[in-house]
Design a protein around this ligand. Structure first.
Ligand SMILES: [Zn+2]
Ligand SMILES: [Zn+2]
Length: 141
């Protein structure tokens, strides 16, 4: 899977006229196999091997190219690989400890969204669905 992801990543760059650089590859690797992360967490995880300016710049580019997507928790956001790399899913976001739980296989949400779009003759391109609240550890505090 990671190998395949890497080849999709590389062709996305080259198809859009961008070079494959080590810093871009390394930034991409920080995103593989992880739950959504803040840019700060990415910087910490890189342990100084990629400078922070490059991380910001690369993430910016990845967003433009649809390689990563943001999910908002209030006014803050986390980053994760887009649906091109990991299967479509939604999130439960804990407002206290900040953990993000992936929820999958909730076809009814996507069916609902498709039905709404059909009713309004609206062409669906993308959607995000976030549930903010308190996780089981945090809800009784
Ligand atoms: Zn929590
Ligand atoms: Zn969905």
């Amino acid at each position: 899977m990671p190998l395949n992801n890497m080849s999709i990543f590389k062709s996305t760059l080259t198809d859009n006229g961008y070079r494959i650089t080590k810093a871009r590859e390394d930034t991409f690797k920080l995103l593989i196999g992880s739950e959504p992360q803040t840019i700060k967490e990415l910087i910490t995880k890189s342990k100084g091997q990629i400078d922070r300016v490059s991380i910001y710049r690369n993430i910016d580019l990845f967003e433009q190219l649809g390689i990563v997507q943001r999910s908002y928790i209030g006014w803050r956001y986390k980053l994760e690989l887009s649906d091109h790399f990991i299967s479509h899913h939604h999130h439960l976001n804990c407002l206290r400890c900040g953990q993000t739980i992936d929820i999958r296989d909730e076809k009814h949400i996507d069916n609902f969204i498709q039905n709404v779009c059909q009713d309004f003759d609206f062409q669906l391109r993308n959607h995000q669905f976030e549930i903010d609240g308190y996780c089981s550890n945090c809800k009784d505090i």
